[in-house]
Write a protein that binds this ligand. Structure first.
Ligand code: 5AD
Ligand code: SF4
Length: 451
């Protein structure tokens, strides 16, 4: 029998977080091995797969928007439509019933089954009756340890060091869509990092929903990131995200002191009010969070801090929001992702609390915080005026191919004119910072005086 996959072309669209980007790379590797081909152009694809996010409502709505677009294509020609990832896991049958154009539904722990499921769908399509296929079992063990993701080109490669989450923050759907927390064997992670360096990647970002709870035998996260940062040939190592509740001193030392570990910590605050933090089940107080910030800065004041914040969580009052506002002012983040609370199906908050802050109030709180953060980001960026910073070149600037774009150690975007020097993506270049906006630094390369 011929493999139904032969000559079938797949288009993958990725929504949501870096973990999803990584999973799409895993999915490509799994499908490529079984004979599937890929296209960037969905008009030419036999199969369109959407790797989805369920964390917030707008990611959700975007997927529904794309499904409507695919409906139009599907009216004109045969097409298999798959929804993968967190939305598939979260909405299961509901999605196939309310969205008849969805043929394939596969959750984050079932990607190994994808080639078989697609082949079943292809066969049934050829017989004239497209059969729906679903695989949404969660696993306590699946880490895709033996699969080398097919990575996008660039200077950065992601490695998932763990999957799932056991924290059950009450607003968050991740423990339900990605299941129980499990850590990968550190030797596998290190081998993968070595291969990536040999392939020419300059930066590795270690990913986990809560990297501080990484455990494998007597390995913890500080030991793992240090081992990766010690590999010859690596330029930069980043990680995301740690949970503020259990930040180990050994990790602080590693970030503060290791020359290859970027001086940047993404430290999700979510709220600056103790009652709301408690309702969110974040298990730290505002004071404990601020003490951690102080400790980080005591070890190395150069470490850039960024955060995530939710406005308008269930029953949040104006005064409680102002606690968050004042905390943001007190910390002085380099940047922040600020979200309106959106109730997610199956979460503890959806079951126990009322989503009772009016949408307009949520939007107003987000706007005020965004405004504050813009001013703070500008102030932070201006502190770098006149300084020379080391920048990892990523590629052409978005606005103009006559400019380069790269990032500082603290993850701030830097843009400068191409100058005929032999610069290429992956280079580390010293840039003198001459101008700053809230989001971008502008400068010019410093020719190092050599002998
Ligand atoms: N509503 C709004 N924001 C959310 N996040 C997670 N769940 C929700 C929700 N239900 C935000 C948190 C988290 C980030 C990845 O997404 O701030 O840190
Ligand atoms: Fe969600 Fe909390 Fe886990 Fe982060 S730590 S993935 S916010 S449950």
């Amino acid at each position: 029998m011929t493999n139904p996959a032969s000559a079938k072309t797949v288009h993958i669209e990725t929504f949501g977080c870096q973990m999803n980007e990584y999973d799409s790379e895993l999915i490509r590797a799994i499908l490529r091995k079984e004979g599937f081909a890929f296209t960037e152009d969905k008009e030419r694809a036999d199969i369109v797969l959407m790797n989805t996010c369920a964390v917030r409502e707008n990611a959700h709505n975007r997927v529904y928007g794309h499904l409507a677009e695919l409906k139009a294509i599907k009216k004109q020609r045969p097409l298999i439509v798959g929804v993968l990832g967190c939305m598939a896991q979260n909405l299961k049958k509901e999605l196939t019933e309310t969205e008849p154009i969805v043929d394939v539904l596969v959750g984050p722990d079932a990607y190994r089954q994808l080639p078989n499921l697609l082949n079943r769908a292809i066969e049934s399509q050829e017989q004239g009756f497209l059969q729906k296929v679903i695989a949404v079992d969660l696993s306590e063990y699946e880490t895709y340890e033996d699969i080398l993701p097919e990575r996008a080109e660039g200077v950065n490669a992601w490695i998932a060091i763990m999957r799932g989450c056991d924290n059950f923050c009450t607003f968050c759907v991740v423990p339900y869509t990605r299941g129980r927390e499990r850590s990968r064997d550190p030797q596998g992670v290190i081998r993968e990092a070595e291969q990536l360096i040999a392939q020419g990647f300059k930066q590795i970002t270690l990913l986990g929903q809560n990297v501080n709870s990484y455990r494998f035998g007597d390995w913890d996260f500080a030991r793992l990131i240090t081992a990766v940062a010690n590999l010859p040939g690596i330029e930069r190592v980043r990680f995301t995200s740690p949970h503020p509740k259990d930040f180990p001193p050994a990790l602080l030392d590693a970030v503060a002191g290791h020359p290859k570990i970027c001086k940047h910590i993404h430290l999700p605050l979510q709220s600056g009010n103790d009652r709301i933090l408690d309702l969110m089940n974040r298990t730290y107080t505002r004071r404990e969070y601020l003490a951690l910030v102080e400790e980080i800065r005591r070890r190395n004041p150069e470490i850039a801090l960024t955060t995530d914040i939710i406005c308008g969580f269930c029953s949040e009052t104006e005064d409680e929001f102002l606690d968050t506002y004042r905390t943001v002012e007190a910390v002085g983040y380099h940047s922040a992702f600020i979200f309106k609370y959106s109730e997610r199906k199956n979460t503890i908050a959806a079951r126990k609390y009322r989503d009772d802050v009016p949408d307009a109030v949520k939007a107003d709180r987000v706007a005020r915080l965004v405004d504050l953060q813009k001013r703070m980001s500008l102030r932070k960026n201006r502190e770098l005026l006149g300084r020379t910073v080391e920048v990892l070149v990523e590629g052409d600037a978005k606005r103009s191919p006559s400019q380069w774009m790269g990032r500082t150690d603290g993850n701030i975007t830097v843009v400068w004119e191409k100058d005929g020097l032999e610069t290429k993506p992956g280079d580390l270049v010293p840039i003198l910072i001459q101008d700053a906006s809230a989001t971008t630094l502008f400068g010019q390369p410093v020719i190092r005086g050599g002998f």
